[in-house]
Ligand binder design. Structure first.
Ligand SMILES: Cc1cc2nc3c(=O)[nH]c(=O)nc-3n(C[C@H](O)[C@H](O)[C@H](O)COP(=O)(O)O)c2cc1C
Length: 220
């Protein structure tokens, strides 16, 4: 398996570099992963993607290449109007409160849509803790959808949960359509221990987890 971990003292672009041992290296030793630009045109037609969209729960362990990771995250929640930094998914009152954590074999990363990069968050393999089914431990990627309540000031916690869930739902459908259009498998999931996972990922107090989405190549 090719490592995507890049020691900070090495390249800050590109994904090929010497590996850092998971669980040993401090996160500050990791450089951000600068994702390649999404291709100008990718995927199949919208009609085809809608026809093919479905949930799949069996994944090959092979990691996603950088170009796929780039286009997946851009489709999910990337900037589609650079002048205003607006996104491919809508958000309640333009709050843009959702953060996407990409949990992969060697580390958990936070997607930075503005710079289109993955910021190192925690070194280690936390995939098994993103859900309750066995497949989450071996699928190459789980996107953990985190809502930052500090972007939703002035409304009740119940309302924050309600609108947070709606906003994440749009992102989840973007991911479903990208996966359908590129032959990837994915499943949007409520089945996770949100409190425990937030603790594991050392999320700040204002942040809560609603859902996750596991992505990979279909098995077989
Ligand atoms: C809000 C929500 C939560 C879901 N949670 C889970 C889950 O925890 N585990 C799972 O395997 N599928 C989960 N799913 C996927 C559904 O089971 C799936 O969409 C449904 O069975 C219909 O299948 P389809 O997506 O292939 O059309 C969830 C879907 C939604 C929209």
């Amino acid at each position: 398996m090719t490592s995507i971990l890049v020691p900070r003292r090495q390249a800050t672009t590109g994904l090929l570099a010497a590996a850092i041992t998971p669980g040993v290296a401090p996160v500050q030793d990791l450089a951000p992963i600068m994702l390649p630009a999404p291709r100008a045109d990718f995927g199949c037609s919208l009609a085809q993607a809608l026809k093919q969209r479905r949930s799949q729960r069996e994944f090959a362990p092979r990691p996603l290449p950088p170009q796929v990771l780039s286009e997946l995250l851009w489709s999910a929640y990337g900037v589609n109007r650079p002048a205003t930094q607006d996104r491919t998914a809508p958000s309640w009152r333009h709050a843009r409160e959702t953060e996407i954590y990409a949990v992969m074999a060697e580390a958990a990363w936070r997607y930075d849509p503005i710079a289109h990069r993955l910021m190192p968050h925690l070194v280690g393999d936390f995939r098994a803790q993103t859900g309750v089914r066995d497949f989450v431990a071996t699928a190459p990627l789980t996107l953990v959808y985190v809502s930052d309540a500090s972007h939703m000031a002035g409304v009740s916690p119940e309302e924050q949960r309600r609108v947070g869930a709606a906003d994440v739902g749009f992102i989840g459908q973007n991911v479903y359509l990208y996966c359908a259009s590129e032959g990837l498998a994915c499943v949007f999931r409520a089945s996770l221990d949100a409190e425990r996972l937030a603790h594991t990922l050392k999320l700040a107090e204002s942040r809560f987890i609603g859902f996750a989405q596991t992505v990979g190549y279909p098995k077989g």
